[in-house]
Design a protein around this ligand. Structure first.
Ligand SMILES: [Zn+2]
Length: 308
């Protein structure tokens, strides 16, 4: 389903695993055609196409897929999408291009997080011809658009966010965390394997300095109070980290940490009120507690908190 924000901007709800408010794509008008920001996984490809059509467009109107980062919930479907629609071009951070054209490493890494859920969550993950990708680096503008790339590492090392210089909207990707519609609660997007708190500190400052008019985020939707949201990005990470520091004594504690993250998120939504089960269902698909647990555990391990 498409939601219109302006003549040039639509939000597409990809109904990931049949659940609304889990994964969004953003549809932005460029000079040569429309741009899909974060196309989602292969398992939502049919819904993506239907959403494009519900915006009154056709896939032939789409010129380019722009990815904030390589995670499968954002770009896992790009290979099968290009197979179906070979006129499309792809833009991603230059060093991340290799993970798209040959996704073997990406699949192996994701397999360690998602195990036997891989196929059900992500479907087919395939590579494609390197000629179809335009690598981009921070400071450059996406061809045919007013979208300028900013380096926003922390969630992943090569993460980019895109500021639309025409409107001031920041397509933040996962750098500004997850936040559901009609909720004030910001849920950190902590995930293995490149989680980097120092980099995220700089990223939070970068995003605040851009003074965006609004945020457009993949998990999930439109954030009108951009500045106060961005001011909480680091504080929310610190809260999740404090929970882990209290608890984690060995790598085996990951399941306990995961359960505690899930319980914490549920308690926070309960305190906020509204449709708690629905919010938890969307959030746990968008940003599962087990990824938060794994991400934090991995960071502790890399930084020598425990042996093993
Ligand atoms: Zn991600």
């Amino acid at each position: 389903m498409a939601t219109r924000y302006s003549d040039d901007l639509y939000l597409l709800d990809l109904s990931f695993q049949g659940q609304h408010h889990a994964i969004a794509s953003w549809l932005v008008r460029g000079e040569r055609g429309w741009i899909i920001i974060d196309c989602g996984p292969d398992t939502t490809r049919t819904e993506l196409v239907a959403s494009v059509e519900s915006a009154g467009l056709d896939m032939r109107d789409i010129e380019r897929i722009l990815l904030t980062h390589v995670h499968l919930d954002h770009g896992g479907g790009v290979g099968t999408l290009l197979r179906e629609y070979p006129h499309l071009r792809v833009t991603i951070q230059a060093e991340a291009v290799q993970f798209l054209i040959d996704p073997a490493r990406l699949i192996r890494s994701a397999g360690m997080s998602f195990g036997d859920k891989m196929e059900r969550l992500w479907g087919e993950v395939i590579g494609f011809d390197a000629d179809l990708v335009d690598g981009i680096v921070a400071g450059e503008t996406v061809p045919g658009t007013s979208l300028r790339a900013y380096a926003t590492p922390g969630h992943t090392a090569t993460h980019l966010s895109f500021l639309d210089s025409a409107t001031g909207v920041l397509f933040a990707g996962d750098a500004a965390h997850a936040r559901l519609p009609e909720s004030a609660l910001i849920v950190p997007t902590l995930a293995p394997v490149e989680l980097d708190f120092d980099a995220w500190h700089t990223t939070a400052q970068t995003m605040l300095g851009l003074q965006p008019s609004a945020l457009a985020i993949p998990h999930f939707g439109w954030v009108a109070d951009a500045q106060s949201h961005l001011e909480q990005v680091e504080e929310r990470i610190a809260q999740r980290r404090a929970i882990a520091e209290e608890l984690v004594r060995s790598p085996a504690d990951v399941d306990v940490l995961t359960d505690l993250y899930a319980a914490t998120t549920r308690a926070e939504y309960t305190a906020e009120g509204g449709e708690v089960d629905d919010k938890v269902a969307s959030l746990e698909l968008a940003m599962p507690s087990y990824l938060g647990g794994q991400g934090m555990m991995r960071w502790f391990k890399v930084h020598g908190w425990f042996e093993g």
